[in-house]
Design a binder for this molecule. Structure first.
Ligand code: PLP
Length: 396
């Protein structure tokens, strides 16, 4: 049909593709066209048979989500893993918890989660009639007691290692306690990535990530993912994701895919650099203490060795002196960026007392080990000698 000029302009050109692109394309489309009304009806009836609307599913996002799920299940005898990418790590957590909890339910969790997660569970979920139950998840007896006493717990949510204190929780113990009571367990695996820690090895139900961090690795996108097992679980999480609209956009999923190509090699370097820097800081006269899971001085070193394949790229240390000594270090450090994120290729430094925990009461902060002079380092993949020299200069 010969179209007039306006009609001609609005039509999308035909896709001229002949051979398969070597790299995953970005499908920047909000919806998908059907060849016929019959095809449309079939896909509306069975959305798993085809794409229809990009909030429900998008080929770029689906491909990357599947790759993350395969990474979490890599080498394990699991063939029913699924991944659902979301718009951020926070939306992965909220979507996950909204999938599992209804009004009147409770979430069993630890006090030292990432600050955003704590706020979400403390301030937003109670408005939906879902309350937190706080417990030290390192204490199996205390967890058992809570599970016995509180009858409406419908999810056990934890983070290991925790942010920023780097405490480890025994995944196997918590997963077993959850199984015994038939309560799903969810692990935030952001700090480790599946290269270092695979919680499914210990039979947890779900793994979530802020893919904004190590999986992307380059600090140029915001996204998250939920990984689970089985078609029933997939449908449950997917329907909540599509209804609350926490879907990931294809560009950020694509950036995550590009980042993941070097994930294993980056993690290896993050780990070796972090260990070398932690050892250097432990011997430094201006450093009061160092927390790194790879140091035998860390109380969770043995547990980390058991459930992790490396000790990760995150370090915390205390500069000698108080709050001002912390600020001084931050301003004198040249190699680390003062950016409130982690897991990028370059070193990032954070002074929680003046940055991420500025609005947290000092007593609460101190009770969670976040002292005035504590510095968190997301150790990058730079040359280690440059890192050591600059940290030494900034401390002197
Ligand atoms: N989980 C952990 C451990 C985090 O550190 C963060 C953010 O820093 C999040 C979740 C939230 O991720 P996002 O910022 O992508 O929403």
């Amino acid at each position: 049909m010969a179209l007039r000029i306006n009609s001609f302009c609005v039509k999308d050109p035909k896709d001229p593709r002949t051979t398969r692109p070597h790299q995953l394309p970005i499908y920047a489309t909000s919806s998908f066209e059907f060849e016929s009304i019959e095809e449309g009806m079939e896909i509306f009836r069975h959305p798993e048979k085809g794409h229809l609307y990009a909030r429900f599913a998008n080929p770029t996002v689906d491909a990357v989500a599947k790759k993350i799920a395969d990474l979490e299940c890599h080498g394990l005898a699991i063939d029913d893993g699924f991944g659902i990418m979301t718009s951020s790590g926070m939306s992965a957590i909220s979507t996950m918890l909204m999938s599992l909890c209804k009004k009147g339910d409770k979430i069993l969790t630890q006090g030292n989660l990432y600050g955003g997660t704590t706020e979400l569970i403390k301030k937003v979920f109670p408005n939906l009639g879902i309350e937190p139950v706080w417990v030290d998840l390192r204490n199996a007896g205390a967890v058992e007691e809570k599970l016995e006493k509180e009858k409406s717990i419908s999810a056990i949510y934890f983070e290991t290692p925790s942010n920023p204190a780097l405490d480890c929780i025994d995944i196997e113990t918590i997963a077993k306690l959850g199984r015994r009571k038939n309560i799903p367990t969810i692990v935030d695996n952001t700090f480790c990535t599946p290269v270092i820690q695979q919680p499914f090895k210990y039979d947890v139900d779900y793994v979530i990530h802020s893919t904004t961090k190590y999986l992307n690795g380059h600090g140029n996108g915001i996204s998250g993912v939920i990984v689970g097992r089985g078609e029933e679980a997939r449908r449950m999480v997917w329907s909540v994701m599509k209804l609350i609209g926490t879907n990931c956009n294809p560009f950020d999923a694509w950036l995550t895919n590009t980042g993941m190509k070097t994930l294993a090699i980056r993690m290896e370097r993050h780990c070796t650099n972090a260990l070398a820097l932690a050892q250097f800081l432990e011997d430094h006269p201006m450093v009061a203490s160092v927390r790194y899971l790879g140091l035998p001085s860390h109380e969770n070193h043995t547990l980390a060795k058991k459930q992790m394949e490396g000790f990760g790229g995150m370090i915390c240390f205390e500069v000698k002196g108080g709050y001002d000594a912390g600020l001084r270090f931050m301003n004198r450090n040249r190699i680390g960026s003062l950016a409130p994120t982690m897991g990028d290729v370059d070193t990032l430094i954070l002074h929680p007392a003046s940055m991420s925990h500025l609005n947290v009461d000092r007593e609460v902060r101190l009770a969670n080990g976040i002292t005035d002079n504590l510095i968190r380092v997301s150790v990058g993949i730079e040359d280690i000698e440059d890192l050591k020299e600059d940290f030494d200069r900034a401390l002197s």
